[in-house]
Design a protein around this ligand. Structure first.
Ligand SMILES: Nc1ncnc2c1ncn2[C@@H]1O[C@H](COP(=O)(O)OP(=O)(O)O)[C@@H](O)[C@H]1O
Ligand SMILES: [Mg+2]
Length: 250
């Protein structure tokens, strides 16, 4: 396997058989994502985007097919190993933010660190790390606000800080701007782009082409299959240069 691949999936099939006819939400998806990429996944509602994200995030297992993350076979992992993988290697960002309403921004961001044994003893260190993460997303002055005291864009920034807290190699964002106005969306995408420039691999679902325009590569899905997959020809100028344009003759 290519050493630069962070994600490799082969022939993923996900069948939901609750209804009258079994539904193939994923129907033979194969995909390789290199470390440092920023990939947008597009497609109509029901095309299988979230199902794919749930498999990539080790939140769900495929019916068939294989998944390697960083060279490790995720299909072979037991429940504890999967939980550890999610906690250490993957940061999740959802459309609905998924913050705990009774906790402050700081407490929400600190939460994923509590599950790591080696961090449990050192509360002061946890606090410091969480404050730094909130400062990175521009919320250093909102540490003690609860989610309902923050705007949608601010709540999503808290969710990003929480996703970053264990320094994951991979950020999975499922419609991160779906509930946000244009200005907040741009801020969130800007933060994701910055993270990507610092080397974090990002896979982001969106059905807005102006949001996808910030990614380096766009994958289109339909009926559980990948229809197209290629470099983003319309990438914004402020984005990091695409690999093929680096050091080229142009
Ligand atoms: N837990 C589930 N049980 C049964 N069907 C599901 C479940 N989750 C998703 N589906 C179905 O699988 C298909 C793909 O869904 P999803 O991955 O959520 O699509 P998208 O995120 O692209 O809108 C849809 O037809 C959806 O209704
Ligand atoms: Mg979805």
């Amino acid at each position: 396997m290519d050493n630069d691949s962070l994600i490799r999936v082969e022939n993923l099939v996900k069948i939901y058989d609750g209804g009258e006819v079994p539904l193939r939400a994923l129907d033979g998806v194969s995909l390789t994502i290199a470390r440092g990429e920023f990939v947008a996944i597009m497609g109509h509602s029901g095309s299988g985007k979230s199902t794919l994200m749930n498999v990539l995030g080790a939140l769900d297992r495929p019916t068939e097919g294989r998944y390697w993350l960083d060279g490790e076979d995720v299909g072979e992992m037991d429940v504890e190993e999967l939980a550890d993988l999610r906690n250490r290697r993957i940061g999740f960002i959802f459309q609905s933010f998924n913050l705990l309403p009774r906790l402050s921004a700081l407490q929400n961001v600190r939460l994923p660190m509590l599950y790591r044994l080696e961090n449990r003893l050192d509360a002061a260190k946890r606090e410091k790390t969480a404050i730094a993460a909130l400062e990175v997303v521009g919320l250093g002055s909102r540490l003690y606000h609860r989610p309902n005291q923050l705007s949608g864009g601010q709540q999503q920034r808290v969710a990003i800080a929480r996703a970053l807290i264990n320094q994951p190699a991979l950020i999975l964002a499922d419609e991160p701007t779906g509930n946000l106005d244009t200005k907040s969306s741009e801020e969130i995408i800007g933060i994701l782009q910055n993270l990507n420039r610092q080397g974090v691999t990002i896979v982001m679902v969106t059905h807005e082409s102006d949001v996808a325009a910030h990614a380096g590569r766009i994958v289109h899905m339909k009926d559980g299959k990948i229809m197209t997959d290629g470099p983003n020809g319309h990438r914004q100028r402020d984005a990091a240069p695409a690999l093929e344009s680096r050091g080229g003759a142009a």
